[in-house]
Design a protein around this ligand. Structure first.
Ligand SMILES: *Cc1c(COP(=O)(O)O)cnc(C)c1O
Length: 385
């Protein structure tokens, strides 16, 4: 796998799992389309490989956060529509047009810059207008949407393709969360009705992230924008039971680099924080917090898999390496595979487990896997790796 590299640590990215998850989601939301969100390098998985597999699995479009990310997909040969989820700085409009991306607009200045760039390029650019129905991050206020839409309609170089919003608590477990999601969708419907009253029809309306797509049938409209579920993770623990049979796409793996036997009471690694309960085999593994294995995981009880069994960390996580307590008389040897995230035999450590221990969400765990970790693409269903 990562053989021949300077370090036996890698993240395995399973494209057959991407296609499977996209298929599960497409069947769930049909007749709505699915846009696969591949921002932040595909949530740490590798944007181009995931985009290709998602399109292959039935996604109709992909989405990114930044124009730069869209340009990178074009350079990688992705030709499908690429939606940029937030309005970009006016100065980058020519680059967005040149790359053939689908911009999101919500200010009159943004519309003017994009119209000028499209006109200069002699092309007509499809655009999506984003409405702030309650997330309060980006988007036009509902009252301002008609003016933004009118400015798009008045620009011969722009074509209004989509109208969308973003949900703040679609993954929330409480009644208050549910009421807020319903309120956001009511506001979105009111904007559509107001536009229809002015004779403006929108072909592509979308509101749902993964949580909306899974838990809020009403939010599916013409398309859903799924990120985390494409990667095989339920959007939140409270939605795990509704998420269907999503398969985790990424596993994080390494190999034991050294083994030593230490007496009971020895306290390996920085700070000497944890005494070995008995004379034990301690394995060193070349992955650390610079790779996204959070230092807080050790005091939080984090475990890794070696030989198909869970093992506690024997001491503080360092920048490049960890030590693992394998207990007495363990046959662990240098070169043995270590699973930090994923399955080994019948045992599994999930991103949700890390997230729960670390007081965060799976999104941050996955995006936190550092650039120093090579992504190894595998595709077991197609017999390639
Ligand atoms: C990131 C993002 C999504 C995807 O959200 P998930 O919860 O990962 O499905 C959808 N829409 C917008 C606007 C986003 O920023």
């Amino acid at each position: 796998m990562a053989e021949g590299r300077s370090r036996a640590t890698w993240a395995e990215v399973d494209l057959s799992a991407v296609r499977h998850n996209v298929g599960v989601l497409c069947r769930l939301v049909a007749p709505a389309d699915l846009c696969a969100v591949v921002k932040a390098d595909g949530y740490g998985h590798g944007a181009a490989a995931v985009a290709r597999a998602a399109l292959d699995g039935g996604a109709s479009m992909v989405a990114v956060a930044l124009g730069d990310e869209g340009e990178e997909l074009r350079r990688a040969g992705i030709r499908a529509p690429v939606l940029v989820l937030s309005e970009q700085p006016a100065a980058s409009a020519p680059a967005v047009v040149a790359a053939g991306l689908t911009p999101t607009l919500y200010t009159l200045g943004g519309v003017a810059a994009m119209a000028a760039a499209a006109e200069a390029a002699g092309t007509v650019v499809p655009v999506h207008v984003k409405v702030d129905t309650g997330m309060h991050r980006v988007g036009a206020d509902p009252a301002a949407v008609p003016a933004v839409v009118a400015a798009v309609a008045a620009a011969p170089s722009l074509r209004l393709e989509g109208l969308f919003t973003h949900l703040a608590v679609a993954d929330g477990p409480s009644d208050e969360d549910a009421e807020y999601t319903a309120l956001q969708l009511d506001r979105f419907d009111a904007v559509t009705a107001a536009l229809a009253g002015q004779g403006v029809g929108v072909t592509l309306r979308h509101a749902a992230n993964s949580a909306g797509a899974i838990a809020w049938a009403r939010s599916r409209y013409d398309m859903v924008r799924c990120g985390i579920a494409v990667y095989g993770q339920p959007p939140s623990p409270s939605l795990a039971h509704l998420a269907g049979d999503l398969r985790p796409v990424l596993s994080l793996r390494s190999r034991v680099s050294a083994v030593r036997v230490l007496d009971a009471g020895e306290r390996p690694s920085y700070g000497r924080v944890r005494p070995l309960p008995e004379r034990s085999v301690v394995a060193t593994v070349p992955i650390g917090y610079a790779d996204g294995l959070a230092r807080r995981l050790q005091p939080a009880g984090g475990e890794v898999l070696i030989g198909g069994r869970r093992r506690p960390l024997a001491g503080t996580v360092t920048m490049d390496q960890i030590v693992v307590d394998c207990g007495p008389d363990d046959p662990v040897r240098p070169g043995d595979e270590v699973v930090l995230l994923g399955r080994q035999g019948d045992a599994e450590v999930t991103a949700a487990e890390w997230a729960q221990r670390l007081g965060t969400i799976t999104y941050e765990v996955l995006c936190g896997i550092g650039p120093r970790v090579p992504r190894v693409i595998v595709d077991p269903e197609r017999g390639r790796s």
